[in-house]
Design a protein around this ligand. Structure first.
Ligand code: MN
Length: 190
């Protein structure tokens, strides 16, 4: 199966700097999709988010989501802290593994992902990390989003749209203008 990922991220209304950030990259065919939401907004939040992005752009071993989260937690020490969801997908698209610390949410079109959020703030407080995983099937769509997007979002809300057009439709329906807002869409194709 082929897996494609896209994202849209915009700052809070009136801000030019974004405390949300997304990393999408492949290492040896393994796909990493990460959404970061630094506490607060504006320049200081954007600086914290960029520290997280730098770590996730450089991490070379994607075999353990728990290790990635612990590494990100360590790197963010001394910053204002952040929520983040790390999702890793096998090269053949057959399985996903993820961990979400704080309030980054995940919705699934086929609704077979046992999502478990981990309480805490990366950089300052991380206990009882919960890593969840599930097989993926053709036609699945995963949507990861920050709390600048309404939790009423469903993965089916942009059905019929693909890529950035799907991200933009989800934003149009669910964006909250008082916070930085991010959606990342992962499509599993045949
Ligand atoms: Mn936020």
């Amino acid at each position: 199966m082929r897996v494609e990922a896209y994202h849209r991220s915009v700052p809070k209304s009136g801000e030019t700097h974004n405390g949300d950030a997304v990393v999408i990259r492949r290492v040896g065919g393994v796909l990493l999709v990460a959404v970061i939401d630094a506490l607060g907004h504006g320049t200081a939040a954007a600086e914290t988010a960029s520290v997280g992005v730098a770590y996730l752009e450089a991490v070379s071993d994607l075999s353990s989501v728990g290790s990635i989260v612990e590494g990100l937690h360590g790197r963010l020490h001394g910053t204002r802290g952040a929520a983040a969801m790390i999702c890793v997908i096998r090269p053949d698209g057959s399985r996903m593994t993820a961990c979400s610390v704080g309030n980054i949410e995940l919705r699934s079109l086929l609704d077979r992902i046992p999502v478990m959020n981990t309480p805490g703030i990366l950089g300052s407080r991380l206990r009882n990390m919960r890593v969840f995983e599930a097989p993926l099937q053709q036609g699945e769509r995963l949507v990861m989003f920050s709390d600048g997007v309404s939790p009423s979002l469903r993965a089916s809300d942009a059905s019929g749209r693909v890529g950035l057009a799907a991200c933009d439709e989800l934003m149009r329906q669910h964006r909250r203008y008082q916070d930085d807002a991010t959606v990342a869409v992962i499509d599993v194709k045949g």
